[in-house]
Design a protein. Structure first.
Length: 151
């Protein structure tokens, strides 16, 4: 997609959507640079305590419409940024955006095997208010190792 068509689409969005996309882009790039500069063990210390797996989703009294907006912004900003933004930067950016709005969320970590059973793949995903924010549908193929939560 060309820069002009991206700018044209961006200009047609509401001011609220533009602000969300810019914020998502900022946090995606911040997460990407942080992951390039620091080991995850150092980043994890700032996320809180790693909890063992559970089979329930985080529910919150907050409006899930805001969570859907954040999921939309992360997805679209990640597509527009010409950098490899895989599950972890996307999840960290969503986690930060939700935290700034005081929305209870869970940042999950899990693993699955490749179809040929030769490699173990790791994955990160976020859910909040019963909404799948980032990392889905791949999360359904993973066994959860643990999660971080601010509740």
């Amino acid at each position: 997609m060309s820069c002009l068509s991206l700018l044209d689409k961006f200009g047609k969005l509401s001011s609220h959507q533009r602000r969300l996309l810019l914020e998502a882009g900022f946090w995606l790039l911040t997460a990407r640079l942080t992951l390039l500069c620091f080991r995850f063990s150092r980043i994890a210390g700032r996320l809180g305590k790693l909890h063992k797996q559970v089979k329930c989703r985080t529910e919150s009294r907050k409006n899930p419409a805001v969570v859907y907006e954040i999921a939309w912004a992360i997805r679209h900003a990640a597509q527009a940024i010409p950098a490899p933004l895989v599950c972890l930067p996307r999840s960290l950016a969503a986690w930060k955006m939700l935290d700034r709005r005081r929305i209870h969320a869970r940042l999950h970590f899990g693993a699955s095997r490749t179809p040929d059973e030769r490699r173990l793949c790791t994955h990160a995903w976020v859910d909040a208010c019963g909404v799948e924010v980032t990392g889905y549908p791949e999360a359904y193929r993973c066994v959860e190792i643990g999660y971080y939560a601010r509740e």
